[in-house]
Ligand binder design. Sequence first.
Ligand SMILES: [Mg+2]
Length: 268
Amino acid sequence: MALRDRAERRLPLASPPSPIAMPFRAILFDIGDTLWHSRSAPPPAEFRRLAAERAAAVLAGLGLHHDDPATVARTAWNAMEDAMRRARATDLVEPDYGEVSRAALESIGLNLTRAQAAFLLESTYISGIEGGKAPFDDARDVLLTLRKRGFLLGAVTNRAFGGERFRADLRDAGLDIGWDVEAVSVEVGYLKPHPAIFEYALAGLGVPAAAALMVGNSLAEDVAGAQQMGIAAAWRVSPPDATGVVPDYTFAELCELLAEPDLEEAAR
Ligand SMILES: [Mg+2]
């Protein structure tokens, strides 16, 4: 892992000046493409088939019928994705996906309550192992080693579905390491890079920004989001999604974090 001068990110565009760096006590992790990946995901047609099957089952359970369950699933899903895209491009406030889905389904003649629409939408979400999610080989070991070194560990993740389903997916991936805080955008109400989701994580850990390191694969969400708060950031080198963002650390594989002198032991 290349340690960069921690002052370097104070170059133009990177972030406002932050206090003299202090030793780290906490490490925050992005999940998608940082701790797990979806390289073995089923083909899109299989996702669509499963989603249609589940939409039909949910409708049947509600005593409803639609001639084309694939359209039902796609309508709810597309509405969710559109709302998320709009939020990402504007205020970073998590939309009410149940309501978004309800309104979209109404437009194709299905009258559901918000809760029913939320349930249908979530039912069509093919997640976890079934969705092809697999942890990076070294993810669990790295997390457990950092914990042994005394670091508090937090998850800071953008996802439209939280709750028990997400926790089950984490368990299945071996990433249920007893997080000290879980900041899930749909539960917190804000998407990275909004400051509120990082504030939520820091408050949950009880550490100041300068004692935390954010680890993620997105320059826009993880690195810039953290740095604007005075949180240092380690970037898993990935196709860049922003320009002018300079990570404090870069790495290709998670295990490189363990060799980083600043992460040898947590500050007390
Ligand atoms: Mg990610």
